[in-house]
Design a protein around this ligand. Structure first.
Ligand SMILES: Cc1cc2nc3c(=O)[nH]c(=O)nc-3n(C[C@H](O)[C@H](O)[C@H](O)COP(=O)(O)OP(=O)(O)OC[C@H]3O[C@@H](n4cnc5c(N)ncnc54)[C@H](O)[C@@H]3O)c2cc1C
Length: 376
């Protein structure tokens, strides 16, 4: 039986895998996505889908700003607006003691020539978020930020991939790999595929995938929790976070409140599942009520967790393997990779098609998380 051959095999059918596949297929590469479960099964559908440049690590700012431009034209990329609304993201200082954090951040960004993070006083904060408790003293705002609909985003990326000729195979987990001349032979049970290049977009399992190829990359894990409430009449447009507390608060198009902020549940990589820690989740609900007193009586409809890889510096791993020609990594987004989806796919395409990229990815090299080899 002949083994299907591709230019590129993308392992992992989350949004990062789909974005890489889309850019590669549009650059003329025969591309297959191998997904162990189904497209969008893990972090990409569990996500809060905040589209945020605000407060990014300085290493991420250049690609995050480019991604933001892409989000503002997302329909041109994937034929759908992905439910993206640019109503801003706000980081609130609740009390005077939180204000210096924001002052310092704004001054640092301005000194570097960035103008997308703006300090606002209590009056402007009230104008942007009238339902916020009056005790809040001010905020940083990124007015072009916003949020999208993760499910629409997955469907849009998937359809665009298929239209561009990407082969998507679900229920196909990569479990073994070997060299076949300059190519890779990939095995999933009895199925086999050959590809010249492989993209590791395996999310929480990306460390295990890297190890299959011989790359040992130090990785941690996150199991972030989310709450969604019953529907309410619209009362807030921007996404709100707050200094010193784990809270991200927004209202969806359907009127539900979507509340997260990085509070952690419990993850089990072997069982590919995660569960809510209700005592911890209650802290998120408490913070939401402190900041927005009018939601005190609102009913919680559902809560969930999503798993993804976390690096020690909270920066992603994006780049070529230093050990294995033809292997490329894109994972470790540490709880904030949704916004980066359109640009990271373009970076993978640069690396594979052009052999390099003009985009600033020096801070994301896999080497920084790999044990140094003993000198021979
Ligand atoms: C609760 C939560 C809230 C978040 N909120 C935000 C936010 O507001 N803003 C933001 O920017 N980011 C946010 N994020 C982060 C963002 O959602 C993720 O960074 C992003 O979705 C990661 O996408 P991915 O494609 O790398 O991973 P995933 O979507 O997890 O995809 C990885 C895929 O690889 C597959 N896979 C694994 N091993 C194998 C194998 N051996 N063979 C084949 N397939 C395999 C898995 O089945 C999975 O489908 C949040 C994440 C969570 C969990």
């Amino acid at each position: 039986m002949s083994v299907p051959g591709f230019d590129v095999a993308v392992v992992g059918g989350g949004l990062h895998g789909l974005s890489a596949a889309l850019h590669l297929a549009r650059a003329g590469r025969r591309t297959v996505v191998l997904e162990r479960a189904w497209v969008g099964r893990h972090a990409s559908s569990a996500t809060a889908a905040g589209v945020r440049t605000l407060g990014r690590d300085l290493a991420e700012v250049p690609i995050s700003l480019e991604a933001m431009e892409m989000w503002h034209r997302i329909e041109a990329l994937v034929g759908d607006d992905c439910g993206f609304h640019a109503d801003g993201q706000i980081r609130v200082a609740e009390f005077d003691r939180h204000w210096p954090d924001l002052l310092e951040r704004e001054a640092r960004m301005r000194a570097l020539g960035y103008t997308h993070e703006e300090l606002i006083d209590a009056a402007e904060l009230r104008r942007l978020a009238p339902a916020l408790s009056p005790h809040c003293v001010g905020a940083l705002v990124a007015r072009r930020d916003g949020a999208a609909d993760p499910h629409r985003t997955i469907v849009a990326f998937r359809r665009s991939c298929e239209a561009a000729g990407v082969t998507i195979i679900e229920g196909c987990g990569l479990d073994a790999v070997e060299r076949q001349g300059p190519d890779w032979l990939l095995r999933s049970g009895t199925r086999r595929f050959v590809a010249s290049a492989v993209v590791n977009a395996g999310g929480a399992w990306a460390g295990r995938l890297a190890a299959l190829f011989g790359d040992e990359i130090e990785l941690g894990m996150k199991a972030s929790m989310m709450i969604v409430t019953e529907r309410l009449a619209p009362f807030i447009d921007p996404v709100v976070s707050v200094v010193g507390r784990a809270l991200s608060f927004k209202q969806s198009d359907q009127g539900t409140l979507v509340i997260g902020g990085g509070l952690q549940g419990v993850a089990d990589l072997d069982r590919q599942s995660s569960s809510v820690d209700f005592a911890n989740l209650a802290k998120g609900a408490r913070a939401a009520v402190d900041l927005f007193p009018l939601v005190g009586d609102v009913r919680i409809a559902r809560s969930w967790t999503g798993i993804e890889a976390k690096t020690r510096d909270l920066l992603p791993v994006i780049g070529a393997s230093p050990n294995q020609p033809g292997l490329f990594h894109a994972f470790g987004f540490s709880g904030h990779g949704f916004q980066l989806v359109p640009v990271v796919g373009a970076i993978l395409s640069d690396l594979i098609v052009e052999g390099g990229t003009q985009r600033q990815i020096a801070g994301f090299m896999p080497e920084r998380l790999m044990a140094k080899r003993a000198a021979a």
